[in-house]
Design a protein around this ligand. Structure first.
Ligand SMILES: [Cu+2]
Length: 153
């Protein structure tokens, strides 16, 4: 009897863990609808700066449901990545825009690379609350400290 109860408790704990934010397999399915109905006039702007080898600020916090423009700028001398797969699956993406070259529309991204001295703007709405991993996928950069965290509250 006790063993059985223990097994049930462990199963419940495993389900709770697997259901936690940050490990979603699929992107937000109604992203297009959320993007269409959002009030982009009330958009907030945030900026993250990439250098050798850090994100500034290292922790980005966004409010669920608020439309954002996130300016991802590379002020370093090397190429850097904004890689955050779980985060990208937890937001409704409107577009990724370059101020000089155009824009890309896609349901979601997994990584964004920015060349030295350049910046890209990500327009999105945070959907799923949670804490998400951010890192640079250029060889060796994450190991040198190029890691961060994104929170949707
Ligand atoms: Cu880097």
């Amino acid at each position: 009897m006790k063993k059985r109860l223990m097994a049930i408790l462990l199963t419940a704990a495993a389900l709770a863990l697997s259901g936690c934010a940050g490990h979603h397999k699929w992107h937000v399915r109604d992203a297009a609808e959320r993007v269409k109905t959002a009030d982009w006039a009330k958009m907030d702007t945030a900026t993250v700066t990439m250098t050798e080898f850090a994100y500034n600020p290292p922790t980005l916090v966004f409010r669920q449901g608020t439309p954002y423009k996130l300016v991802i700028e590379n002020k370093g001398t090397q190429k850097h990545y904004f890689t955050a797969e779980s985060f990208f699956r937890s937001i409704a993406t409107r577009k990724l825009q370059s101020n000089t070259d155009g824009e890309v529309k896609a349901p979601y991204f997994s990584a964004i690379e920015v060349y030295p001295g350049r910046s890209l703007d990500l327009y999105f709405i945070p959907v799923r609350q949670g804490t998400y991993d951010l890192h640079c996928t250029m060889e060796g950069h994450a190991g040198k400290g190029m890691k961060g965290e994104i929170r949707i509250e």
